[in-house]
Design a protein around this ligand. Sequence first.
Ligand code: ADP
Ligand code: ADP
Length: 232
Amino acid sequence: MAELVLKNVYKRYDNKEKKKEADGYAVNDLSFRCEDGEFIGILGPSGCGKSTTLRMLAGLEEITSGDVYIGKTRMNHLLPKDRGIGLAFEDYALYPPLTVYENLAFNMRAKKKTEEEIGKEIGRVAPLLKVEDLLQMKPAALSGGQKQRVNIARAIIRRPGLLLLDEPLSHLDGKMRQMLRQEIKRMHHEIKCTTIIVTHDQIEAMSMADKIVIMKEGKLQQMGTPLEVYDD
Ligand code: ADP
Ligand code: ADP
């Protein structure tokens, strides 16, 4: 659990000929603060820098300039594995040959946890995302919504200080999306992990997040509660 601070964060990709922005920054002087346990939604049109921001927080993309802090720790140069983050992207990236249980256990096995510890942690997160009945199934047998539940369960199993969700619902149909929105909100309420969700869907951001960051062309355009930023 920790507060997250972005201070004057910029990102310029090296392959400059592909840039669209006039000034060449995919993320341009982005600053905001996310309180411990808060749920933030980053909202904005395609190409405005949402995914780039999330990837920088995850350590998957280098920060061109500026600083990112979790609590008192400057994260800029930390390896992804040392950031205490949980990640769930649009693509589920579950291992097809493994059962749901083994998918959830995978990282803990790599860390040499005992079977008992692994079973206990899976027993803790499975009900949070309603995947208890799926544990012996293989990913191919699951619906899109079920896969995304497993994907998010896997992201929170190591009790991350920061949970990063990139368009987690965009592959799902309307009804499933609505259901999973409620599930994610409830899950957040239970684990109270600082959470950032990136989405281009206003309803999605508004219905889940405590605060919304609206980005436009790499910049922060507005930040506030869903009511404060609501625009129809
Ligand atoms: P998203 O907005 O969800 O990242 P995109 O279609 O924009 O989806 O990007 C898909 C992938 O292509 C990402 O991994 C991103 O890093 C990469 N990408 C996006 N834009 C460019 C670009 N202009 N040049 C090179 N790679 C890009
Ligand atoms: P969003 O997630 O809001 O759709 P992105 O962060 O994917 O936006 O992209 C922001 C800008 O950075 C876009 O102009 C995109 O083309 C560019 N971009 C994204 N990934 C790359 C990449 N790997 N290389 C070069 N440009 C990229």
